[in-house]
Design a protein around this ligand. Structure first.
Ligand code: AMP
Length: 274
């Protein structure tokens, strides 16, 4: 594995080989590594980007607190089979404040978009820059961030990026908690509160398997579980898997998404229902 910090160096390493890109903000866990596994299946030149993107943080404190450990990440990336680890500085990514921002209308407006002002503009802008600067043939994103996946798919299509976007399933702890870099901030008590999110989603998935199609009923199961566990619910929303538009009935491929605060830690999770 080679660690580089410029777009030019990534392109020099990938050459004309169709590469697979795994974009991350680092502090790697098994969820990230599962994306690498998918990447190695589709390409023999795997690039991981590691960049805590200031543009997608709506709270300055959250950006400052975001966990970082490049040395640990480099060791994990190397053992996972990454060929090129791209860890740019903020100056490489944004030599000047970008006057051009990518807004993906509609897909970005509900759920995370409604609760985190400017978040998806930041995500779409940095991912567009990664696609333009690295020119991967494939890019792997986690379904853990289901709305983000929908935003990126739509952005790549609208802007004609010649990249195939691949969604990969959510990796969980054995107790159901979705892996997240932010879990490091959960104390022992917080963890049981956090299980309200996955517990509610599993209860709703079970109900859907039993024939429940009504969005309000499914959202209610999540809301009740999250609240009963002691977390502060932000939303529980059933949405179209591709447009991320909130919908009232399970009548196509959908995801049921939840966001809640456990103390100071904001967590999101979702299940695909269909
Ligand atoms: P992040 O570093 O949190 O920006 O995440 C980088 C990529 O890893 C995104 O595509 C996420 O959706 C994905 N990811 C994060 N957590 C998980 C997880 N538990 N399972 C699968 N993918 C994940």
């Amino acid at each position: 594995m080679i660690v580089v910090d410029t777009f030019a160096a990534v392109r020099a390493e990938t050459g004309s080989v169709p590469s697979a890109l795994v974009p991350t903000m680092g502090f790697l866990h098994e969820g990230h590594l599962s994306l690498v596994e998918v990447a190695t299946e589709v390409s023999d030149r795997v690039v991981m980007s590691l960049f805590v993107n200031p543009l997608q943080f709506d709270e300055a404190g959250d950006l400052d607190r975001y966990p970082r450990d490049l040395e640990r990440d480099a060791a994990l990336a190397e053992s996972a089979g990454i060929d090129v680890l791209f860890a740019p500085s903020a100056e490489e990514m944004y030599p000047i404040d970008p006057a051009t921002r990518v807004t993906v209308a509609g897909v970005s407006s509900g759920m995370e978009g409604a609760h985190r002002s400017g978040h998806f503009d930041g995500v779409a802008t940095v991912v567009a820059k990664l696609f333009a600067g690295i020119r991967p043939a494939f890019a792997i994103f986690g379904r853990k961030d289901a709305q983000q996946l929908a935003v990126v798919r739509r952005m790549a299509r609208d802007l004609s990026f010649p990249v195939e976007i691949i969604g990969s399933p959510t990796v969980r702890e054995t107790d159901g908690l979705a892996l997240s870099s932010r879990n490091v901030f959960l104390g022992e008590e917080d963890r049981s509160v956090a299980l309200g999110l996955s517990g509610g989603l599993f209860a709703a998935a079970e109900a859907a398997r039993g024939g429940e199609r009504d969005g309000a009923a499914l959202e209610g199961l999540v809301r009740d579980a999250v609240t009963a566990a002691g977390a502060d619910l932000e939303y529980a929303t059933l949405a179209d898997a591709f447009t991320a538009e909130p919908i009232g009935t399970v009548d196509r491929e959908v995801f049921l998404a939840v966001a809640a605060r456990v103390g100071a830690v904001r967590l999101i999770d979702n299940v695909v229902l269909w």
